[in-house]
Design a binder for this molecule. Structure first.
Ligand SMILES: [Zn+2]
Length: 287
């Protein structure tokens, strides 16, 4: 009975939203239809209801600034597609959930494939909440010698998780399948800044060629390399060997260790650049 009432309520909410959308101006002009009605908002927010899909008209840097706020405020993650041609952010996250140590969000890949047919250039963003696995936040300018041993692994929150990396392979294959000539880039925002990640051009070619026999491609090896580099042994070793590094320099170093001709990670601290940042440019991407 309880379940039936909830289902009925969800139906009524869906019907109400759909009909109000139909009667008014389309809040998301040019976007593909989806079963979740599109609702315009003034700022990016975390939405874990799945009843609607939020869209925000903003530049890329305005949206990134808003996500940096959410990093500090929200324990739940969210995922968006930024459409450079439309100056629009559209929610593409599913199944957001969080515990004290772990937070995750899935990508709505069906909607993403529909989006790509309308907008061939898409930048995908999600964020990792601040303070996970640490006693408070850690500014990127903090010398490694001042980071408590128990907080060291929190620095890996700057990086995509294994599921985030696997999603880049899945999305590459889905775009190949849809024969979409698209440029999709992947970014994760954390308290430490932005890391761009994903297969390189050469990696995408290899992935595309292997899509009918995924066992022939080494994408699991790439995830394994990242997992080992971000594991407590390697991170602890870097902390001990580079005690004069700042946290941001360590993140840039790890990006270089993980990157290969097939897969790349690049880091931008997204803060006013202090003097020590000069060599991070080696690894940073152009935003
Ligand atoms: Zn993630």
């Amino acid at each position: 009975m309880y379940r039936a009432s909830i289902a009925l309520l969800a139906l009524l909410i869906g019907w109400g939203l759909a009909s109000s959308g139909a009667s008014g101006r389309d809040p998301c002009p040019g976007l593909p239809l989806s079963e979740r009605p599109c609702v315009a908002r003034s700022e990016l927010t975390v939405n874990d209801t799945h009843a609607v899909r939020y869209a925000v008209s903003a530049t890329e840097s305005e949206g990134v600034a808003q996500i940096l706020q959410l990093v500090q405020q929200s324990a739940l993650e969210e995922h968006w597609a930024f459409l450079p041609e439309a100056g629009l952010w559209i929610e593409t996250g599913l199944n957001e959930n969080a515990t004290l140590q772990v937070s995750e969000v899935e990508v709505d890949t069906d909607y993403l494939v529909a989006l790509v047919s309308h907008f061939p250039r898409i930048n995908l963003y999600h964020f990792h909440p601040a303070g996970l696995g640490a006693d408070g936040t850690i500014p990127v300018g903090t010398p490694l010698s001042e980071v408590a041993a128990s907080d060291r692994e929190a620095v890996t929150g700057a990086f995509p998780g294994s599921a985030d990396m696997l999603a880049t392979f899945e999305i590459t294959w889905m775009l190949e399948e849809a024969e979409a000539d698209a440029e999709v880039r992947h970014f994760v925002i954390s308290e430490f800044g932005i890391v761009e990640f994903g297969p390189t051009e050469a990696g995408r070619r290899e992935l595309g060629a292997a899509r009918h026999q995924p066992q022939a491609y080494n994408h699991f090896d790439l995830v394994m390399v990242a997992s080992v580099r971000l594991g407590s042994y390697n991170v602890g070793r870097l902390f001990d060997e580079h005690r004069d590094f700042a946290v941001g320099e360590l993140i840039a170093q790890l990006c270089q260790q993980i990157s290969s001709p097939e897969y790349r990670m690049g880091y931008s601290p997204m803060i006013v650049r202090p003097s020590w940042i000069h060599d991070v440019a080696v690894s940073s991407t152009s935003f």
